[in-house]
Design a protein around this ligand. Sequence first.
Ligand SMILES: [Zn+2]
Length: 262
Amino acid sequence: MSAARKTPRTPPRKAARNQPRKTTPVSRARRRPVSRELRAAVCHANIELFRRDLARFTFGNASAIDRELGLIVIKPSGVPYAKLTPSKLVITDLDGAVVEGSLRPSSDVATHVALYRAFPKIGGVVHTHSMFATVFAQACRDIPCLGTTHADFFHGSVPVTAPLSAADIASDYERNTGRAIVRRFQTIDPSTMPAVLVANHASFCWGPTVDAAVENASYLEEVATMAYHTLVLSPHAPPIAAVLLDKHFSRKHGAGAYYGQR
Ligand SMILES: [Zn+2]
């Protein structure tokens, strides 16, 4: 102990002289702003939610993350889609704190943050109250996989979260919504199930990019609509056979995918 104390410590400056200066990817990246392309993509994605009738009024929001910067680009709260421009978007850090922009971010930003933190491969998140997906969320029911249209995009039932407790609703509600989603995905791979229903609320979808998240929100609404009508016509319709589910999902996704043009 005392011998170690006598050994003079190498001054940090001297040691650093012979080595390249170490900067973390984040500190290096902080020197550049969020790209115009990412801002444009997020603006376009939000407008698409409205154009595709996935988000009426202002019932939806889309965001993207720059993983290198550790920053999120998200829709401002309450701004009509028709008035949205890239410059109105809000940039937050991974705590949801605003680092750029004069408007308040979407009130759901804490849920987006929770998803980006828990699912490190996703690049975009979309929240909508699209009609039929929301009908299932309000019924607190998974969307069962009843056919190949569903199996092409979602590997199994689209899960619904457990309801939030009164305490979870009373404080930190949006963050707790994110936590409920993450808990539901403890045994589910978010890359093969890019959507969730929040109980009594609506859906969140994600993807490698914000454009992909919008596509997944569109597919979700389509398969929710089909499932609803199938269950009206045949309330006890069985789920698709596992072999057919796997066949259709793997045709489009993963290493062995062969659907479409190369
Ligand atoms: Zn909502």
